[in-house]
Design a binder for this molecule. Structure first.
Ligand SMILES: [Zn+2]
Length: 116
């Protein structure tokens, strides 16, 4: 049901300077300018993103559309430890905030994990 061409992704500006990024599936703004905490801007592990069926540079998805595409709810360990994109932000939507908190306590596979 997608009527979109992949042309919209060809914006090579410096990322967040362009704030009209929208979910490719439902069109919701992922970094809205309003005051309501509705931001859903996050980075998935490549293998999780691959499950969405989109190319690595194939656009962006909100949490809901991501979960529909991968067929399960997202968990904290689906997010990379990339900063600051996956750090909690006051503008995050409630479900985004929950996911980022879960990600912060999820074990990361990289060598930077100090263990405890
Ligand atoms: Zn969406």
């Amino acid at each position: 049901m997608s009527a979109h061409s992949s042309r919209e992704a060809r914006n090579d500006g410096p990322g967040l300077a362009c704030l009209d990024i929208a979910c490719r599936a439902c069109g919701v703004a992922l970094i809205p300018n309003g005051r309501e905490p509705r931001r859903e801007w996050f980075m998935l592990r490549p293998e999780v993103w691959a499950l969405t069926g989109l190319a690595p540079d194939g656009g962006h998805l909100c949490i809901g559309c991501t979960e529909v595409r991968i067929g399960r709810p997202l968990t904290g360990s689906d997010l990379t430890d990339e900063q600051p994109i996956n750090s909690p932000n006051p503008a995050d939507s409630p479900r985004m905030a929950v996911l980022k908190v879960a990600a912060a306590s999820a074990p990361q596979g990289d060598g930077s994990f100090a263990g405890r």
